[in-house]
Design a protein around this ligand. Structure first.
Ligand code: CAA
Length: 258
């Protein structure tokens, strides 16, 4: 597999999972490559938003590579889980927001990578599923936790217990994706959305991303305290001065992320 990285001049990075012969299914080596790419992009101040997508027009990611998984031992299974979780967690940990542009199958680990992204948009041919139980395993890269948080425990339980495929229109209705577009419009729409985010203060967007992630912890009181602290810290940033001065001066703010 190749993990393709396009760094655009407008501060948007596009990571494309490129193994179309296996519908972009992930081996351990592929996971290592994606992890390295996400971490590298996360360290680039010039990048303000990341788009994650799959190569071709059929599949985002068809999950973990079943052929590789078939003969794993308990310990190898644990390591595979740890690695998958590291990748999913890295999508949440980097400062930039991640938009999953889901261009087809998002099954198993593919659905889970989309869930670890902060925003999901999909093509009309997209399908989501957690079919792990049909393979004799539970979800392994965060789906049992992030899916209930996103669509509610009842719907998540139905998806996970049945493994059934959820098509794009249903995914939109249940809040699994924010929007659905014809396949040809998916990337232009993802880039337009990323562009809207990229013009805002990277520092404030990063702080907001971490605060939203904290809501997953379920401790609202601590999350609210963290929000107060993030707000306070923002008042010592150049971005806050610039954003508010630009408003007063009736001009567009130019943010540096400092
Ligand atoms: N692992 C390995 N290879 C896969 C794969 C996967 N997850 N998904 C697809 N492929 C391969 C197929 O084996 C096939 O390769 P060959 O031509 O060498 O046989 C190629 O991709 C094309 O696939 P199909 O011929 O099956 O294409 P299709 O259009 O008939 O079906 C599909 C598409 C419905 C996505 C079907 O491939 C499928 O069901 N794939 C498995 C999906 C799945 O169960 N994913 C979850 C994996 S478990 C997981 O991810 C665990 C976790 O939580 C981390």
């Amino acid at each position: 597999m190749a993990i393709d990285l396009e760094r655009r001049d407008d501060g948007i990075a596009i990571i494309t999972i490129n193994r179309p012969e296996a519908l972009n299914a992930f081996t351990s080596a592929d996971l290592e490559s994606l992890l390295a790419t996400v971490k590298a992009v996360g360290a680039l101040r010039s990048i303000r938003v990341v788009i994650l997508t799959g190569a071709g027009e059929r599949s985002f990611v068809a999950g973990a590579d079943i052929k590789e998984m078939a003969n794993k031992s308990t310990e190898e299974g644990r390591q595979f889980g740890v690695l998958g979780h590291s990748v999913a967690n890295s999508l949440e940990a980097i400062p930039q927001p991640v938009i999953a542009a889901v261009n087809g199958f998002a099954f198993g680990g593919g659905c889970e990578l989309a869930l670890a992204s902060q925003i999901r948009i999909a093509s009309e041919n997209a399908q989501f599923a957690q079919p792990e139980v049909s393979l004799g395993i539970p979800p392994g890269w965060g789906g049992s936790q992030r899916l209930p948080h996103l669509i509610g425990p009842g719907l998540a339980a139905e998806m996970i217990f049945t493994g059934r495929r959820v098509k794009a229109d249903e995914a939109l209705r249940i809040g699994l994706v924010n929007a659905v577009y014809p396949i040809a419009d998916l990337m232009p729409q993802a880039i337009a959305l990323a562009g809207q985010i990229a013009k805002n203060s990277p520092r404030a967007v990063a702080a907001s991303k971490q605060l939203i992630r904290r809501s997953l912890d379920g401790n609202v009181a601590r999350g609210l305290e963290a929000e107060i602290e993030a707000l306070a810290q923002a008042f010592s940033s150049e971005d806050q001065r610039e954003g508010m001065t630009a408003f007063v001066e009736k001009r567009q703010a130019v943010f540096t992320g400092k």
